[in-house]
Ligand binder design. Structure first.
Ligand SMILES: NC(=O)c1ccc[n+]([C@@H]2O[C@H](COP(=O)([O-])OP(=O)(O)OC[C@H]3O[C@@H](n4cnc5c(N)ncnc54)[C@H](OP(=O)(O)O)[C@@H]3O)[C@@H](O)[C@H]2O)c1
Length: 172
């Protein structure tokens, strides 16, 4: 199974200054991320990798896509130059995969039709950003929303909605 997991503000922001604009204000977000990516292999872009301190997250093999970082291969992570290569490695490892950002990787993953589920946290608010979610999921006609729940009581400073989207199955 291949997941895309993202937090997106009402104005489509995902990041600012190599960080999450709402860091510290959505207490449930980190435990949710850890739970949903537990035992998965993670695919991410260079800036996302730098934003987590260039260290693999515990228990999760990381595949980083970058054309400018040295192509390192470690027992806990690997750096490769293309999304295609990253996804090929992840498939060979036969674990569930989470594509955790950023923008260009998500776009490429959606275009290649490899995403089975999208786990989206909508952060209700407008934020200054320099990185944005690349598509309007609802207008893509590839996925349908099967679950939606408010996180209001857990995030008193912001209200959030968690959405689970699944790939539409097309029959011949
Ligand atoms: N809200 C969320 O859920 C979420 C999730 C993740 C990150 N973020 C935030 O979003 C920001 C980072 O996202 P971003 O979109 O700006 O950057 P990013 O995808 O993390 O990193 C971009 C870099 O990764 C490499 N890359 C990405 N896709 C590639 C591809 N298909 N082929 C080759 N190289 C590729 C390139 O590095 P080279 O220049 O080395 O080739 C590119 O410059 C940060 O602020 C972070 O905190 C938010």
């Amino acid at each position: 199974m291949t997941d895309l997991i993202a937090g997106i503000s009402d104005n489509n922001v995902i990041g600012y200054n190599n960080d999450l604009p709402w860091r510290g204000f959505v207490p449930r977000d980190l435990p949710h991320f850890k739970e949903q990516t537990k035992d998965h292999d993670l695919i991410m872009g260079k800036i996302t990798w730098l934003s987590i301190g260039s260290k693999p997250l515990p228990g999760r093999y990381c595949i980083i896509v970058s054309t400018t970082l040295d192509q390192v291969e470690d027992e806990n992570y690997i750096i490769v130059p293309t999304f295609e290569y990253a996804y090929h490695i992840a498939k060979q490892r036969r674990k569930d995969i989470s594509i955790i950002g950023g923008s260009r990787l998500w776009k490429e993953a959606i275009e290649s039709n490899c995403i089975d589920r999208l786990l989206i946290t909508r952060i209700h608010g407008e934020f200054t950003g320099d990185a944005y979610f690349p598509i309007d999921i609802a207008s893509e006609d590839k996925y349908y929303c099967v679950y939606k729940t408010k996180w209001k009581e857990i995030s008193p400073n912001f209200s959030c909605t968690f959405e689970l989207w699944l790939k539409k199955i097309t029959y011949p």
